[in-house]
Write a protein that binds this ligand. Structure first.
Ligand SMILES: *Cc1c(COP(=O)(O)O)cnc(C)c1O
Length: 423
């Protein structure tokens, strides 16, 4: 991978024609360190958030050697880039062939399930193996997530006890529970509440569990979505765990995706045309901007202008813009608002930050676009949960609640300067 000190250096050296993913492995390493130091349990990286080889390799080098995978290609990816690491197949619905390949070809022993039928499939496809770790995915009621992940998977709380009992009887090895409070969870107490629900199911089933897996959902920071401190999440989980009826050796696991990678990557895009407040970019919803289009997240932005040594970062006065991507689909629209200098024009470069999770991972080749190149840069992310951002968009704790309510609804008109630009 080519390396540049900053995104501006890249613009100066070669005015890229196609979108460029700007990646910061050091930022992933810092997030990995935080989880290992602050989470009192095992950390599995949810590969789907960003399956780039450099991410897998950086995590493995940083001590995160466990991976939450959902398909055979993800298993092969991890086997190739983090050989010898532990994998958990946490998709509750798998083909028999995928289960067999995971178990026999890759030594995967941990499988999630949320039905009796899937339990039967796992037992049959592994030839009645007696060394399986079986994790029952519970459908908990959780509040505070920006993306719900409980509609599709998870056994109902009233059906959970019989499934827990069946899983307990099916393995000599570990049996456990997992849940997912939803992605970008803004409320730390959601974990403690979910653990209380999991505990009720365990007690009702009258089983002992060996694993409590609190899933993913750990947030990152985006304009208008400024979460409480990461330590509040760890505290809520540790409190929840202490209140559960589990044995002394029960293991605590988590499966962060977003929080480990979101900050690490930005995208450098080029303005192909401006029509009033609409900017037509060379990347869009079929590239790295899925969330900007489909859940309308207003990612943070920076503007670079000029060529060669004359290229520079341009700041204020700012105006709200919306983006269109390069495909012919009118759904390829990112409403923002994205606050950029009001004189932005064709040929300018817009760096869009915080796209390391579910951004670069979602890239398609639709309409002949999506062929983005990847380079490494050494500057700080645009925002950080881990104290890394040069110009941090985090706010003092007492203002967070207020900010959450206000930012999406009304933005100061004509906001100018650094402060407005970053929000
Ligand atoms: C997507 C997913 C995760 C990661 O979720 P984040 O919100 O990105 O942390 C973890 N576990 C499972 C089972 C998932 O499907």
């Amino acid at each position: 991978m080519q390396t540049y000190h900053t995104p501006l250096d890249l613009v100066r050296e070669r005015s890229p024609e196609r979108p460029v993913a700007l990646v910061r492995p050091g930022v992933v390493a810092v997030a990995a360190r935080w989880f290992q130091d602050s989470f009192q349990g095992d950390v599995f990286y949810a590969v789907k958030a960003n399956p780039s080889p450099w991410v897998i390799e950086t995590l493995a080098q940083s001590g995160v050697n466990s991976f939450d995978v959902a398909s055979v290609p993800e298993i092969e990816l991890v086997a190739q880039h983090a050989p010898g690491s532990r994998m958990a197949f946490m998709h509750p619905v798998k083909s028999r062939r995928a289960i067999a390949q995971a178990y026999f070809d890759h030594g995967v022993k941990t499988f999630a399930l949320d039905t009796h039928e899937e339990l039967q499939k796992i037992l049959e496809a592994t030839g009645g193996a007696d060394d399986l770790s079986l994790i029952v995915r519970l459908g908990v009621q959780a509040e505070g997530a920006s993306y719900s992940l409980s509609g599709k998977f998870g056994v109902d709380m009233w059906e959970a006890p019989s499934l827990l009992l069946a899983a307990r009887r099916a393995t000599q090895d570990r049996m456990g529970v997992s849940f997912h409070v939803g992605s970008q969870c803004m409320r730390p107490t959601a974990y403690q509440a979910a653990m209380a629900q999991a505990n009720r199911a365990i007690v009702r089933a009258g089983v002992m569990v060996d694993v409590v897996d609190v899933g993913g959902g750990f947030p990152s920071v985006y304009p208008g979505m400024i979460p409480p401190d990461m330590s509040d999440y760890a505290d809520s989980i540790h409190r929840g765990f202490a209140e559960m009826n589990v044995h002394e050796d029960t293991e605590l696991w988590c499966e962060p995706g977003r929080a480990l990678v979101a900050e690490s990557t930005s995208i450098l895009t080029k303005v192909e045309l401006r029509k009033n407040d609409a900017l037509y970019l060379n990347d869009g919803s079929y590239g790295s901007l899925f969330d900007a289009a489909h859940v309308k997240w207003p990612f943070p932005v920076k503007l670079f202008r000029g060529e060669g040594d004359a290229a520079q970062e341009v700041e204020g006065p700012l105006k709200p813009f919306r983006f269109y991507g390069p495909t012919c689909d009118s759904l390829d629209h990112m409403p923002g608002p994205f606050w950029l200098p009001e004189d932005i024009q064709e040929g300018d470069y817009v760096e869009i930050g915080m796209l390391g999770a579910y951004g670069v991972a979602m890239n398609t080749r639709f309409n002949g676009f999506g062929d983005a190149e990847t380079v490494e840069v050494g500057d700080a992310p645009m925002a950080s949960m881990f104290g890394l951002a040069g110009r941090n968009i985090r706010l003092p704790r007492e203002r967070q609640e207020e900010e959450r309510k206000v930012v999406r609804l009304s933005r100061p008109k004509g906001a100018a300067g650094k402060k407005g630009r970053k929000r």
